[in-house]
Design a protein around this ligand. Structure first.
Ligand code: NDP
Length: 342
C-alpha cells in the first residue's frame, strides 16, 4: 500500500513517515525542493531498517500541475502541508490563506483525477474549532461539532478553517462514482521529539524557556498533545472504518505555560539552563520577549482556559496518550542535541 505524505519535511509529517515506514507501508513524501540537503537528509534517515525506502518528490501547494504525478498510484494521502509560520505575516491572504485553501483543493483535484486514492487524512487544527478568536466561551466544552467563526479569526486560524471547509465542500460536490473518503485530525499544541531538519513553530515555547527569553511567564494555557500520538492518529484515521467522514480533536493534556516551564526547570536547571517559572500577573505579557511578534493574538488569550472534548482520539482511533512530562522532555533533549537551543 502506497501512502503519499504532503509536506514531508515538517515536524508532524516526519513522525507520520517514520511510523508508516516502521509499519511496512510504502511512503512517498512531497517537499518543495529536493536540493535542500538540511531538510532531505534527516528524512532519508528516519527509518534505516524500512522494508521500502522513502521516495521523495517535489510539489508545491500553489503549483497545481505538481500534484497529479505526486498522487499517482497512491492508496492513501496524508495531507499535512500548510504554512505554519512562527510570526505574524505581512499579508495573510497570499502567505497563509491562499496556499492552505488552494493547496488543499489542488491535492484533492489530483486525487479525483488519479482515481486510486481510497481515503485522505487532512491535518487540520483546533484553530478550526475555537480559532484565535476573542470571546471564546471558557465555560463551554468544544467538540468536533463546533466550527470557529471565520469573521473573527487571525490569518493562520482562518487559513486552516477555510482549508478544511474547502475539503468537505469538495467532497460533497463530487459525483457519487468519483467519491473517496476524507477524515480530518484537529491537533492542539503539538510537542515532542524533533526528528526533522528545520525550525518549526512548535519549538517556540520550549526554546524560549530553555533560552530564558523572558524572566516571567505570561498566563497562557495550552491544550497539548504528543507528536507521536498525533502521527499515530493520522495513520489510524487512514484505515479505521468509522473514521471516514469525521473530524477528530487531538488534545490530551491541558497545561499553563508555568506547568510546562516547571517540568523543564526541574530537569534542566541542574544542567545550567535558567528556565523561568515566575508567573506574570494576569494582565501582563512579556512584550519584549516571547510574544513580541504575536502580542495582538496573545493578549486576548491571557488567563483563559479553553475546554475541548477529545474522546474520539481514544475511542475511535485507539490512542493511549503519552505522559506530558515525557512529551516535553523528549522535545527539549532533541532540540538541545539538534542544536536548536542557543
Ligand atoms: P512545519 O512547519 O514543520 O510543517 C509544515 C509543512 O508544510 C512543511 O513541510 C512545509 O514545507 C509545508 N509547506 C508550507 N507551505 C507549503 C507550500 N506552499 N507548498 C508545499 N509545502 C508547504 O509544521 P508542523 O509539522 O507543526 O505542521 C504540519 C501541519 O499541522 C500544518 O498543517 C499545521 O497547520 C498543522 N498543525 C500543527 C500544530 C502544531 O502545534 N505543530 C497544531 C495544529 C495543526 P517546507 O519545509 O518546504 O517549508
Amino acid at each position: 500500500q502506497l501512502v503519499l505524505v504532503t509536506g514531508a519535511s515538517g515536524f508532524i509529517a516526519s513522525h507520520i513517515i517514520k511510523q508508516l515506514q516502521t509499519s511496512g507501508y510504502r511512503v512517498r513524501g512531497t517537499v518543495r525542493s529536493l536540493e535542500n540537503e538540511a531538510k532531505i537528509k534527516p528524512l532519508k534517515e528516519l527509518c534505516p531498517d524500512a522494508e521500502h525506502q522513502l521516495e521523495l518528490v517535489e510539489a508545491d501547494l500553489l503549483k497545481p500541475e505538481t500534484w497529479e504525478s505526486a498522487v499517482k498510484d497512491c492508496n492513501y494521502v496524508i495531507h499535512t502541508a500548510s504554512p505554519f509560520p512562527n510570526q505574524v505575516v505581512k499579508d495573510p491572504e497570499t502567505e497563509l490563506i491562499q496556499p492552505a485553501v488552494e493547496g488543499t483543493t489542488n491535492v484533492l483535484k489530483a486525487i479525483q483525477a488519479g482515481k486510486t486514492v481510497k481515503r485522505v487524512v487532512i491535518t487540520s487544527s483546533i484553530a478550526t474549532v475555537i480559532g484565535g478568536e476573542t470571546g471564546v466561551d471558557t465555560t463551554k466544552t468544544y467538540t468536533e461539532e463546533d466550527w470557529a467563526n471565520v469573521d473573527k479569526l487571525d490569518g493562520y486560524s482562518k487559513s486552516k478553517t477555510l482549508a478544511e471547509k474547502a475539503a468537505w465542500d469538495f467532497l460533497k460536490e463530487l459525483p457519487e462514482e468519483e467519491r473517496f473518503e476524507i477524515a480530518t485530525i484537529q491537533p492542539g499544541y503539538v510537542l515532542g521529539p524533533i526528528i526533522h531538519g528545520s525550525m518549526c513553530t512548535s519549538m517556540e515555547v520550549p526554546k524560549k524557556l530553555l533560552e530564558r527569553a523572558m524572566p516571567g511567564l505570561p498566563k497562557l494555557n495550552f491544550n497539548i498533545v504528543d507528536v507521536r500520538d498525533v502521527a499515530e492518529a493520522h495513520i489510524k484515521a487512514m484505515t479505521a472504518p468509522e473514521a471516514a467522514g469525521k473530524r477528530h480533536i487531538a488534545v490530551t493534556h491541558n497545561m499553563w505555560i508555568r506547568d510546562i516551564a516547571s517540568v523543564i526547570a526541574e530537569e534542566y536547571r541542574p544542567q545550567g539552563y535558567n528556565v523561568p517559572t515566575w508567573q506574570l500577573p494576569n494582565f501582563a505579557v512579556w512584550v519584549g520577549g516571547m510574544f513580541d511578534k504575536t502580542v495582538k493574538l496573545t493578549v486576548p488569550q491571557l488567563g483563559k482556559q479553553y475546554k475541548l472534548e477529545s474522546t474520539k482520539l481514544k475511542e475511535v482511533l485507539g490512542i493511549e496518550p503519552k505522559d506530558s512530562k515525557e512529551t516535553i522532555l523528549d522535545m527539549c533533549s532533541t532540540m538541545i542535541e539538534g542544536g536548536w537551543v542557543k
